[in-house]
Each structure stands twice: as structure tokens, then as C-alpha cells.
Write a new protein. Structure first.
Length: 141
């Protein structure tokens, strides 16, 4: 039995030492990976991008798509329609109303022929009352 035991010990201990070294290396790499994961965690507040507001004064209906693109890119847009014909301004507001509805945003009149269009990531609180004596609001917006 002595010879068989020596034979087993010789072959098993050699394999056992190799496996033990490999196991220790795996444990070390897993611990290092855990430390790296902890250091890569970043607060969402620090990643938050600053919001932008775009001011646009369109001169033609064709510029409505540019305004819609800003809204799709999650930017609030103030649209001044004072320098465009009434029928064109009406078409732009209709187009923007559809765009805002599609993205879940909001559109508000903040002055005579001035509108604030916001995507869903922008909250607008409060309201602006338009004095009918001083500023004549558009009849149907």
C-alpha cells in the first residue's frame, strides 16, 4: 500500500497545486473586477445634460420642420410668429401641435403670436395671461 499511496500523492498533489494556483488567480481577477465596477459607477445627476431653449422666428412654413427637429432632440423652442402671414403662422402652429402631441410635449401661447413648445422632459409651471386690451391674442390657436 505504501507504493500506491506514494503514487497517488505524487500525481494528485501536483495536480492539486496547479488547480489551487489557478483558483487563487481567478479569485484575484474577480476581486479586481469588482473594484473596477465600483469605481465605474456614476451618479445619474452628474451625467444630466443641461437643457437648452431655442428661439426661432420663422419666415416661411418650410422652417416648421427645423422647429420639430429641435423638439425631437428634446429642446424647448420659443417660436415668434409676428413676422409671418397669419395663414402661414396658423399652419406652423397646427404642424407644431401635431409634433408636440406625438412626442408627448406641450405647446403654450406666451404672447401675441409667440408660442412655447416643450418636449416631455421640460416642465412648465405657471401661466401668462394675455391682456385683451393691450395684446390682441390670435382668435384661434
Amino acid at each position: 500500500m505504501g507504493l500506491i499511496k506514494k503514487f497517488k500523492d505524487y500525481f494528485l498533489e501536483e495536480d492539486y497545486d496547479e488547480y489551487e494556483e489557478e483558483y487563487e488567480e481567478e479569485e484575484e481577477t474577480q476581486e479586481m473586477a469588482k473594484e473596477n465596477v465600483k469605481s465605474n459607477v456614476v451618479s445619474l445627476q452628474s451625467v444630466h445634460k443641461s437643457s437648452k431653449v431655442v428661439l426661432i422666428e420663422p419666415r416661411a412654413y418650410a422652417e416648421a420642420q427645423e422647429i420639430a427637429d429641435h423638439l425631437k432632440n428634446r429642446r424647448a423652442v420659443v417660436v415668434n410668429l409676428q413676422r409671418i402671414q397669419h395663414d402661414q403662422a396658423k399652419r406652423i402652429v397646427d404642424f407644431l401641435s401635431g409634433t408636440v402631441y406625438a412626442i408627448g410635449g406641450d405647446i403654450q401661447q406666451v404672447g401675441t403670436k409667440i408660442f412655447l413648445c416643450t418636449p416631455d422632459n421640460v416642465d412648465v409651471t405657471g401661466s401668462i395671461s394675455i391682456d385683451s386690451d393691450v395684446d390682441t391674442p390670435m382668435k384661434r390657436w
